[in-house]
Design a protein around this ligand. Structure first.
Ligand code: GTP
Length: 170
């Protein structure tokens, strides 16, 4: 029969990488050029129906500003899946993403399904992080890698569908 899965999903990554924008694109189909920086964290829900299961996502969109770092464990604790986001136009954000992955590997749920989203893929002319760099890091660390754009919607539904499919199997 069809199973129902409720799953906590957390987004982590440097400020301004597009975490809120990815969630708003997925949940509401919207994008804002001037998206305000998140304070603390924001909570969203969305239901995705697959053939094999219905997934109800409880999504925690964390604030990327460093002053909120100490709050992060509250949001990734108990999470079934995590999306670590960087901005392809910022090498610093890629370095920060790797730090998040290390923190999750050390302190996250051992069965955590981890995704690496290389966001702002629409800004190809400003790219600082090569696709291959992201891919290589992801495969070395057992992460699912996708280049996304909250602006153009590239790979955004695919990202959440892929998470849902893995949660349905878990
Ligand atoms: P914090 O809440 O500070 O952690 O930021 P965030 O990671 O949630 O980023 P947010 O979604 O607020 O986006 C930051 C800025 O980047 C906003 O001005 C967005 O419009 C822009 N942005 C987000 N995603 C994309 C994208 O895929 N392409 C482009 N060109 N801009 C984007």
């Amino acid at each position: 029969g069809n199973k129902n899965v409720q799953a906590k999903l957390v987004l982590l990554g440097d400020m301004g990488t597009g975490k809120t924008s990815l969630v708003l694109r997925f949940v509401k189909g919207q994008f804002f050029e001037y998206q305000e920086s998140t304070i603390g964290a924001a909570f969203f829900t969305q239901v995705l129906s697959l053939n094999e299961a219905t997934i109800k996502f409880d999504i925690w969109d964390t604030a990327g500003q460093e002053r909120y770092h100490s709050l992060a464990p509250m949001y990734y604790r108990g999470a079934a899946a995590a999306v670590v986001v960087y901005d392809i136009t910022s090498m610093d954000s890629f370095v920060r993403a790797k730090k998040w992955v290390q923190e999750l590997q050390r302190q996250g749920n051992p069965n955590l399904i981890m995704f690496l989203a290389a966001n702002k893929a629409d800004l190809e002319e400003k790219r600082k992080v090569a696709v291959e760099e992201g891919e290589q890091y992801a495969s070395d660390n057992g992460l699912v890698f996708l280049e996304t754009s909250a602006k153009s919607a590239q790979n955004v539904n695919e990202l959440f569908y892929e998470i849902a499919k893995r949660l349905a199997k878990a």
